[in-house]
Ligand binder design. Structure first.
Ligand code: FES
Length: 161
């Protein structure tokens, strides 16, 4: 099978292996590392992870599709995930989602034509006390309102974030 993952991927995995009870326990970090490298998780990458771990690719896909943090299709350079679960909903996440859709000119689940933004809906991010919350790539953005969301998006567009 042609390699899709870099030497760096295998170097990171080799370093992690002694810290885990079995190679199978490396599925989550392997998915994380592969996504960092590829931006998302194409089928051939999950096959390669399965080969490395020693499990059927379907098991890798099962794990990847369970967690919303793994991208099963290409995403933009900046992935904005607005939490719409109960605490965030009660504090205006629907309004925020509507604002983001209008500002970016896309619907939730879509990517802008320039590839700069993907907008997604997220389940509870564990930041209920500072709702409404959003994940922007690996960053938590909390206590959002329309103004702070607007500023955040503008900073990304200006290359400040
Ligand atoms: S409901 Fe949004 S962070 Fe918990």
């Amino acid at each position: 099978m042609a390699k899709n993952l870099s030497e760096k991927f295998y170097t990171v995995m080799k370093k992690l292996e002694p810290r885990y009870p079995s190679k199978k326990a490396l599925i989550l970090p392997a998915l994380h590392q592969a996504q960092e490298e590829c931006g998302w998780l194409p089928a051939e990458v999950m096959e390669e992870i399965g080969e490395y771990i020693g499990v059927h690719p379907a098991q890798i896909r099962e794990v990847a599709s369970f967690y919303t943090m793994y991208n099963l299709k290409p995403v933009g350079k900046n992935h904005l995930r607005i939490c719409t679960n109960v605490a965030c909903c009660l504090r205006g996440s629907d309004e925020l989602m509507g604002f983001a859709e209008k500002k970016l000119g896309i619907k939730c689940g879509e990517t802008t034509a320039d590839g700069l933004f993907t907008l997604s809906e997220e389940e509870c991010l564990g930041a209920c006390t500072t709702a409404p919350a959003m994940m922007a790539n690996d960053d938590y953005v909390e206590s959002l309102d329309v103004n702070s969301l607007n500023d955040y998006i503008e900073k990304i567009k200006q290359g400040v974030k």
